[in-house]
Ligand binder design. Structure first.
Ligand SMILES: [Cu+2]
Length: 165
């Protein structure tokens, strides 16, 4: 019976998304039906060892109606913003997206290491692996999503599939 019980645990956890809050969505009503407007999944943040006060967080976003991620607030950071990464003359730099992050209708937008990311600055209490970082995302449509991003040293799935980007 023991293996069976262990197998059932991930299923139970998957069914309780509102409880672990590592995935969330906002809802809107279209023709009397409730549909998910924006979905946010797979959030995670990098740890801040050795007195680092800035770090990056990553999420996967999808909007069924087209939207923009316009602002982010986290109680763990003085400031949170969406950064775009660009390379010019072989030098990588990052800058805040002035108009927020575009979420084209029906497309999945993944923030991932090496690319666009959520930048936390002014992190005063270090983020350690296993911590949960509350993130409140506000979208141009007015939708708001609150979730918790676990702190991890590497991207979810990296162990199983290093080719994942
Ligand atoms: Cu950045």
């Amino acid at each position: 019976m023991r293996p069976l019980a262990l197998l059932a645990l991930p299923l139970l956890l998957a069914a309780c998304q509102s409880e672990n809050r590592t995935a969330a969505s906002s809802e809107t009503t279209v023709d009397g039906q409730t549909v998910a407007e924006v979905q946010v999944t797979d959030p995670w943040c990098r740890p801040t060892p050795n007195g680092m006060t800035m770090t990056a967080c990553y999420v996967t976003l999808a909007s069924s109606t087209g939207d923009r991620l316009s602002s982010i607030i986290s109680p763990r950071a003085a400031q949170s913003m969406v950064h775009a990464v660009s390379t010019e003359g072989g030098v990588m730099s990052m800058s805040e997206m002035p108009d927020g992050l575009a979420l084209p209708t029906g497309q999945t937008v993944s923030l991932a290491p090496g690319g666009d990311h959520i930048m936390l600055t002014g992190v005063t209490v270090p983020l350690a692996e296993g911590d949960l970082v509350p993130l409140a995302l506000t979208f141009e449509s007015g939708a708001q999503i609150a979730l918790e991003a676990p702190v991890r040293a590497s991207a979810p799935g990296d162990d199983a599939n290093p080719a994942r980007h």
